[in-house]
Write a protein that binds this ligand. Structure first.
Ligand code: CDP
Length: 275
């Protein structure tokens, strides 16, 4: 790691974080669907400075065959960090951390998918971290879930994910890299928004029972907000692709309404009704 100094405080006397956010405020989030031509489904996410692309191929024939599951498709997730994604060059060989995160992401996504509809096949999810600035496993889940929807994989729901942590004794949502490194703990989580069923829950650092309960509630609120952004990004991709909208495209100056730079202030979130 390149030399980096620990900030004097992670929460200012005014109660704000190193990047000026309030404790329950997410970083700016930009989601795009259908960003790659070759993949069956794809999506990208910018969450603060974290930037990730997810590509889905399949369902397709599974190689090597000994991995075949007779009653469902195999969900194969590969999370990788580009060599240039972190301050120090990341060695290109898959690390133990990357293998663990790949498994954790697969487990977080699986409960939402109807994999039993494609016995013996594979659904491949490739996740490439272009720039890492904290929260990559959760941002990867947000993008991968959208890429799976874009590939037309049948699903119960999109899966949103976020990490809640603790810094200077204060619970905070969506940790940046400094908060991750110098904070007191980190609880990455993913949910099925309709049922609030957890599909990912990890913990690093120590939290007492009350803190953990509050952290989970903050995480659920943030996930529900991220879910709205996910649905909105799908709509944006598909509304543009429908034939009527193609006709209207020339005179559709109002596309600016769908500006990518979305408001991510939880306090001011305008949540859409669930369809
Ligand atoms: O990214 P996430 O918080 O899900 O996972 P982590 O293992 O807790 O890593 C935290 C952060 O450390 C990453 O997001 C990166 O910004 C950074 N990191 C790094 O700089 N170099 C690595 N080889 C691995 C992680």
């Amino acid at each position: 790691m390149s030399p980096e100094t620990k900030p004097d405080f992670l929460i200012s006397p005014e109660g704000l974080r190193v990047d000026g956010r309030r404790p329950d405020e997410l970083r700016p989030v930009e989601l795009k669907v259908g960003v790659l031509k070759q993949a069956d489904g794809s999506a990208s996410i910018r969450q603060g400075k974290t930037y990730i692309i997810a590509a889905v191929y399949g369902p397709r024939e599974l190689h090597p065959r000994h991995l075949t599951l007779n009653d469902r498709a195999y969900l194969r997730v590969e999370y990788r960090m580009a060599t240039f994604s972190v301050p120090d060059r990341k060695r290109p060989a898959p690390s133990r951390r990357e293998k663990e995160i790949s498994m954790v992401i697969a487990n977080a996504l699986k409960p939402a998918l109807f994999l039993e509809e494609f016995p013996k096949a594979v659904v491949d999810v490739f996740i490439q971290v272009i720039q890492a600035d904290g929260g990559t496993r959760c941002a990867a889940i947000n993008a991968a879930s959208l890429a799976l929807a874009d590939a037309g994989i049948p699903m119960r729901s999109l899966i949103p994910a976020v990490a809640v942590g603790k810094a200077d004794g204060q619970l905070i949502v969506d940790l940046g890299d400094e908060e991750d490194k110098y904070g007191q703990g980190d609880v990455p989580m993913a949910i099925i928004p309709t049922t609030e069923e957890l599909t990912l829950l990890q913990q690093d650092g120590s939290f007492n029972r009350e803190e953990l309960q509050e952290a989970m509630q903050m995480g659920i609120n943030a996930c529900k907000y991220l879910h709205e952004l996910q649905k909105e990004s799908l709509r944006r991709a598909y509304v543009k692709k429908s034939p009527e909208d193609m006709d209207d495209e020339d005179d559709d100056e109002d596309d600016d309404d769908f500006d990518d730079d979305m408001e991510t202030d939880l306090g001011e979130a305008e949540l859409m009704e669930d369809e």
